[in-house]
Design a protein. Sequence first.
Lengths: 113, 116
Amino acid sequence: DQQVKQNSPSLSVQEGRISILNCDYTNSMFDYFLWYKKYPAEGPTFLISISSIKDKNEDGRFTVFLNKSAKHLSLHIVPSQPGDSAVYFCAASSRGGYQKVTFGTGTKLQVIP
Amino acid sequence: SAVISQKPSRDICQRGTSLTIQCQVDSQVTMMFWYRQQPGQSLTLIATANQGSEATYESGFVIDKFPISRPNLTFSTLTVSNMSPEDSSIYLCSVGDLGRDRNGYTFGSGTRLTVV
């Protein structure tokens, strides 16, 4: 049962354009969402998060949007840079109690110079 | 955020043997987790390493196969026992506390295990 889904395994974007990575979840108990970035041979690095009380969180070039009614979130990268090329994981957690984090399958982003 | 040193970074092991992976953190942390990432798959939580008590395992993972130690608040080990080729994965240590750490969990660089 994949509770966090990233339906696009890969995405290619031209440098300078917007990258949009999508994520859907099924568990209504999730109330905290995170995006991680992973380069080959490294562990995932935290990128940005959003609480369910918000619908948008912005940090520099990165913005995460949350649509609770649709159980959908997206990560926007503007402008995209070649150094953004990596695998991006969406993750979700219930902050009460156990704090287990559930990850999606990842989207490999390639930013073309 | 915490800095994690995970060892070894990679290993090739014979089936039937065991490998112990170490995770050292530069500060005391409440929560320590062990994840597995099989080829082309997501990160799957194996267990939560509890200091001073037995680890809490997720569905599908058992202590006999993945014994975990956590002797203090800065160190943990995961052993992959009686290995088979299906255990070939990246194993990752993670630390953090979502209640206090708005930056989410920090991950080690991972151990790439190949079982032959």
